[in-house]
Design a protein around this ligand. Sequence first.
Ligand SMILES: [Zn+2]
Length: 388
Amino acid sequence: MIESLEHIVLSQWAIYLLPLLGFLLGIFLARRRFRKQKRQLRFSNDYFQGLNYLLNDEQDKALDIFVQLVETDWETIDTSLALGAIFRRKGEIDKAIKLHQNLLARPSLPQEYKGTVLLSLAKDYLQAGWLDRAESLFNEVVGDGEFIQEAQRCLMSIYEQEQEWENAINIARRFQNKNDNELAATTAQYYCELSQKVLAQNDLKEAEALATQALTADKNCVRASLLLADLAIKRGRYQKAIRFLHQVEIQNIQLFPLIVEKLILCYRNTSNLNKALSYLRTLDKKYQEVSLVPVLTKLIEEIFGEEDALQYLSEAVLRKPSLTTLSALLQLQSPDIVRQENLIPIVVDAITEKQHDFQCKRCGYTANTHVWLCPSCHSWSSMIPKMD
Ligand SMILES: [Zn+2]
């Protein structure tokens, strides 16, 4: 009886208390929402002011704002990093470095952003030319799955600049993917660099082993075949050299003009010039992207005489018209005395000389001598003989 009375009194209290509790809870939630909105509003105002400074090219003022914002909300770090990238691109490396070092020094920097900031700072060091510092930071980041590829490329670029080919090979092989043909081709070039280095110290055996490793890394490495052919020639093994030089047809026909004189030398030393002639004739007919006409003309003249060479050249100049073939034709047709009065061959020669012999197929850079690494776009094996 007493229990049921207590129950009735409590339920009556509850009827009065519940609306009051609801009212108080409402006030509490409203105040909390207001405070949050106020904070967000301030954040937005600062953020937009920062953007405004950026648009007005006042990066220093923008930097102050974004650095303060990062403390309040680490999600704005992307803007700070973008600003760092702008500084780096503009060549203001000291500001980029200061910004990234500042971010790294904060104990509140969340772990998830640490790799990105380290990578940015490493890129600053790389651009500033502080290769040792850049190298140690890239090595720190390279273990992080998210940044492997970028850090690896940057490390390879550092080792290329420092010509530390063993390190370059190690880093390339560490992250070699079976389907990455470009990386395999670059690794092969590193082996070739090493092979040339030991060759200069007269270590033929090691040079051969390294060039063979280059071919294993990339079976289409023309430079490796050329190195192996050179080593075979040094030992007087011309047949072996011929086998290596023949590989270039399959590897990259556009680079064939680089090795053609060497191939003729090998055939000459094995008394097989006729074989060279028939092989080169076949190639010249088979591939439009390469012209062996001047070389073939000289070879025909050497084997069969001037008349046959002239006949071959007259046909070839129509089949593969170019200034080089025209120049060769004019030289054969004009004996020296007549040539002195004939301006045409002289003019054609002058035009041909003006043109560069090699061009990068990636960036279009031209040069008179062949190099394996394009000085302009830093691509390996992209310089090919230019067809006029
Ligand atoms: Zn290039």
